[in-house]
Design a protein around this ligand. Structure first.
Ligand code: CP
Ligand code: NVA
Length: 316
């Protein structure tokens, strides 16, 4: 994977996703082994949208491996406005080893990747959030031992987070059930791709409109905001449509008692999830947040060719 981009989870093969997660577990267990793995490597983060977890987990991640992070706030100056994305890429690649982008348009990321000789990482676009899904499946592996055959139910908006979860689950042999209000289902291109991958990896991708049916047999129940960044103008319209999809005690009680609750955060408390569930014993949301750093360290190691001992991970 050295030198490659991560615009979408579908840029990775199933064995690359597995290898990445394996490295993520090792990085988490043995951080000292990687203390100098990316010595002097330079990473730029160019973000058009707000961030807490993604920014800090990338910055701490590279700093703890000897590299350096430079943050460029693009919230008031969208990429491509002052100069073309291609020209930005052709400058930035001269100074840094990896470009991490958080954008509105997914095309901004693919265009940067097409024009850059250094790897480009999608740190969230309107279409996908691959780094989130990698950390989430690392968290599920940690909790359940394996994700093969696991039942993950996503309840809410068929958005960027939902897309990346479907693709990652399909790559790893996990069954992903998505329950959305009518008109808010995931993008058909992602559904088709995820179903193709699921077929190969022996799992299923299901789309429903009933959250109660969707949580039956679920090992993990995941939700996200119903109004993503950039969609704020739809808040009033969406609130009543998504109310029946709130993850609360009643919905959790319809799932097996071992089911965990997941959320990428930030959460809109008592909107898509009740406080009782978010703060309750089944919630693993802060493990997910922590694992953002470990998963992204693994990703940086693979894309920047910084693995100290590659043989340790061969054979998976
Ligand atoms: N989950 C996530 O990406 O959080 P931030 O928006 O705070 O980076
Ligand atoms: N779907 C949310 C995720 C935030 C991490 C958004 O795009 O705003």
């Amino acid at each position: 994977m050295a030198g490659e981009d991560l615009c979408s989870i579908s840029d990775l093969s199933s064995s690359e996703v597995r290898a990445l997660l394996k490295i993520g577990h090792d990085v988490k267990r043995n951080p000292r082994d990687y203390r100098h793995a990316l010595d002097a490597k330079q990473m730029v983060l160019m973000f058009e949208k707000a961030s807490l977890r993604t920014r800090l987990s990338f910055e701490t991640g590279i700093n703890t491996m000897g590299g350096n992070a430079i943050f460029v706030d693009q919230t008031n100056s969208p990429l491509g406005e002052r100069e073309s994305i291609a020209d930005v890429a052709k400058n930035v690649e001269r100074w840094v080893d990896v470009i991490v982008l958080r954008t509105y348009a997914h095309d901004t990321i693919t265009e940067m990747a097409a024009n850059s000789r250094v790897p480009v990482i999608n740190a969230l676009s309107d279409f996908e959030h691959p780094c989130q899904a990698l950390a989430d499946f690392l968290t599920l592996q940690e909790h359940f031992g394996t994700v093969n055959g696991l039942n993950l139910t996503y309840v809410g908006d068929g958005n960027n987070v939902c897309h990346s979860l479907m693709l990652t689950g399909a790559q790893l042999g996990a069954n992903v059930t998505v329950a959305t209000p009518r008109g808010y289902s995931p993008d058909i291109e992602i559904v088709t791709k995820a179903r193709e991958l699921a077929e190969v990896n022996g799992c299923e991708i299901k789309l429903l409109q009933d959250p109660h049916a969707a949580v039956e047999g679920a090992d993990a129940i995941y939700t996200d905001v119903c109004v993503s960044m950039g969609m704020e103008h739809e808040s009033t319209k969406r609130a009543p449509i998504f109310r029946p999809f709130q993850v609360n005690e009643t919905l959790m009680s319809e799932a097996p008692s071992h089911a965990v609750f997941m959320h990428c955060l930030p959460a809109h408390r008592n909107a898509e999830v009740s406080d009782v569930v978010l703060d309750g014993p089944q919630s693993i949301v802060f493990d997910q947040a922590e694992n953002r750093m470990h998963a992204q360290k693994a990703l940086l190691l693979l894309l920047l060719g910084g693995l100290p001992n590659v043989t340790k991970f061969s054979g998976q």
